[in-house]
Design a protein around this ligand. Structure first.
Ligand code: PBG
Length: 328
């Protein structure tokens, strides 16, 4: 075929490269994770996440207005809970006037059209740092799902548009969906962390929320009895299909970069929107390498984000959202 066909013709100038580009990224692709703390005028940088902050409600209000003006229209909320409010059952998670509930209202007041998603899991509230209730050295599945359902209702009452269960208990999507229907929250959506792997990449996030599993006797020191084994592939499809059958509106793969094979497979397999979470460790890795001058921050960031989208992501949860939009 050569020289009739020369693939380099389609790469000859920026104009032709732009014209034939298959994957582009826009502000509307992003879901912005935000960390909320108690207090006034707090903006604490997270040590392992340079240029990312824990915000008190007043600063959260400023932040969401800024995001909205940048074209970023969806946030995913996480709260850092004071130690004295933590217990095994996550009691504080159900407080109608708790930090999460106030954070939801703060965002909706500041920016009524901003889509608000909330993390639903017990870890920030748990004295054990686990996503579920601990009993006899195990993470109790069905008891946890019941609390997650109550938590979801509480978030919906406060005004959340979507709840995002990140715990990996079996059957929790169905339990949550039924509870929301029973309470009349028929339009509250569920974005399920469907294929969530037991990953070393969550370290900086656990620093941000001070939510790492505690090292106590009789309590598992990691999350491997509920989060997935990263050696497995078929299991991800099974988990995702089950979550859809149970009522998930959006499914998610997490982390991102090391799991793009899974993203593509799931995208080919299912017909609901697929979200990908580019997690805290992925953010930290690039920030650290860029600080050392070893990688070009912006170039590598865009390459990673495009790769996530090319793999099949419809939604990207990323700490790079603002950095990326500034380059657009
Ligand atoms: C809590 C939760 C975690 C993340 C999102 N929700 C941590 C964990 O499962 O230990 C991680 C996000 C990140 O690392 O950016 N269930």
């Amino acid at each position: 075929m050569f020289p009739l066909i020369r693939n380099r013709r389609l790469r000859a100038s920026e104009a032709i490269r732009t014209l034939v580009r298959e994957t582009i990224i826009t502000p509307s692709d992003f879901l912005v994770p935000l960390f909320v703390v108690e207090g006034k005028n707090v903006k604490e940088e997270i040590a392992s996440m340079p240029n990312y902050y824990r915000l008190s409600l007043d600063n959260l209000e400023k932040e969401v207005k800024e995001l909205w003006h940048m074209g970023l229209g969806a946030v995913l909320l996480f709260v850092k809970v004071p130690d004295n409010l933590k217990d095994n059952k996550g009691t504080e998670a159900l407080n109608a006037n708790g930090l999460m509930q106030r954070a939801i209202k703060t965002v909706k007041n500041a920016c009524p059209e901003m889509l608000v998603m909330t993390d639903v899991a017990l870890d920030p509230y748990s004295s054990f740092g686990h996503d579920g209730i601990v009993g006899k050295g195990q993470i109790l599945n069905d008891e946890t799902s019941e609390v997650l359902a109550e938590m979801s209702i509480s978030h919906a009452k406060a005004g959340a548009d979507f709840v995002a269960p990140s715990d990996m208990m079996d059957g929790r999507i169905l339990t949550i969906r039924e509870a929301l229907e029973d309470e009349g929250f028929i339009n509250t959506g569920i974005m399920s962390y469907s294929a969530k792997y037991a990953s070393g990449f969550y370290g900086p996030f656990r620093d941000a929320l001070d939510s790492a599993p505690v090292d106590k006797e009789n309590v598992p020191k990691n999350k491997s009895t509920y989060q997935m084994d990263f050696s497995n592939r078929f299991e991800a499809i099974r988990e995702t299909q089950m979550d859809i059958e149970e009522g998930a509106d959006i499914v998610m793969v997490k982390p991102g970069l090391c799991y793009l094979d899974i993203v593509r497979e799931i995208k080919n397999e299912v017909d609901v929107p697929v979200a990908v979470y580019q997690v805290s460790g992925e953010y930290a890795m690039l920030k650290a390498a860029a600080e050392k001058g070893w990688l070009d921050h912006d170039a590598v960031m865009m390459e990673q984000l495009i790769a996530i989208k090319r793999a099949g992501a419809n939604i990207i949860a990323s700490y790079f959202a603002k950095d990326a939009v500034k380059l657009m």
